[in-house]
Design a protein around this ligand. Sequence first.
Ligand code: HMG
Ligand code: MG
Length: 298
Amino acid sequence: NLPQNVVLKEVGPRDGLQNEKGVIETKDKIQWIDQLSESGLNYIEVSSFVHPKWIPQLADAGEVLKSIKRQKDVTYAALIPNIRGLMRALEVGIDEASVFMSASESHNQSNINKTIDETFPVLKEVVEEAKKANLTVRGYVSTVIGCPFEGPIAPEKVLRVVDALLEMGVTEVSLGDTIGVAVPTQVEQLLTLLFNHYSPSLFAMHFHDTRGTAIANIVKSLEMGITTFDSSVGGLGGCPYAKGATGNVATEDVLYLLSEMGIQTGVQMESIINAGFFIEQKIGRNLVSKQMEIARKE
Ligand code: HMG
Ligand code: MG
């Protein structure tokens, strides 16, 4: 009982570029995002309105959002940490705001400079104001399996943050394996607990592939009823405030898996690979997904 359709949410322009040492030129970001908009993706996380001192790579979020060519059937989202970030985003226009926090206290502190309990009212205000501005809101929970500071994270800690985000009114919760430690048995344990309380349709999975287990985790998630996955062209990505965090699972590798399993996404492999070749030139190193390596040899 696998799903017939899956939604892929492309986070490369945000999760990918936030973790690059170099800063990609604004015009190149715009050209890249415009390519992605024509690949059949219907969701792109374009950038992040966090403090530019914390993530200088995405300090041009406003400029990028102002200049991309928006397609009607694509949702353009951005990461929003607080009201100041939301105000910056509303000036240039986004379709969806993504609020974010962690299941582990120490990663939350390191990433957004607050305790978990201090974060709830900040995000609640963002959700309320975003809804008034007719945006939908997605909520990320980071470190849902393991934390770079605390090690394994109990599913109950994740449930507590999920409860709070859904109570605030987010329409989807994206569960982040921030440092790519998860294996399928752990994913199963977490989702079993969450699905005792909520429908699988409320969740997306956000796997980083640090240890090569992301595809296995995606298969497990599919079998359990998840139909939305975050991924990144070329496997770019990582959180600068989580030591050891490397790239997201590559969009093209997920695409191969899904299409060979007979699951539709509407996304064209060739366009994604071409977008990968475009951005790796700007970054100045080869991207290392399986499908990119295969395409390079052809
Ligand atoms: P803070 O220093 O505690 O902020 O940072 P503050 O509220 O105390 O404000 C300090 C100053 O910053 C003030 O200016 C604010 O106006 C300004 P002053 O009055 O002193 O002149 N300020 C801002 N300026 C511009 N835009 C803003 C903004 N907010 C405050 N939005 C803050 C708190 C959350 C802002 C900071 O910690 C931050 O930006 N953190 C972001 C870190 C980040 O982006 N991490 C990566 C993304 S999360 C991730 O990758 C995980 C994910 O992929 C899922 C997964 O893989 O698990 C989503
Ligand atoms: Mg991430």
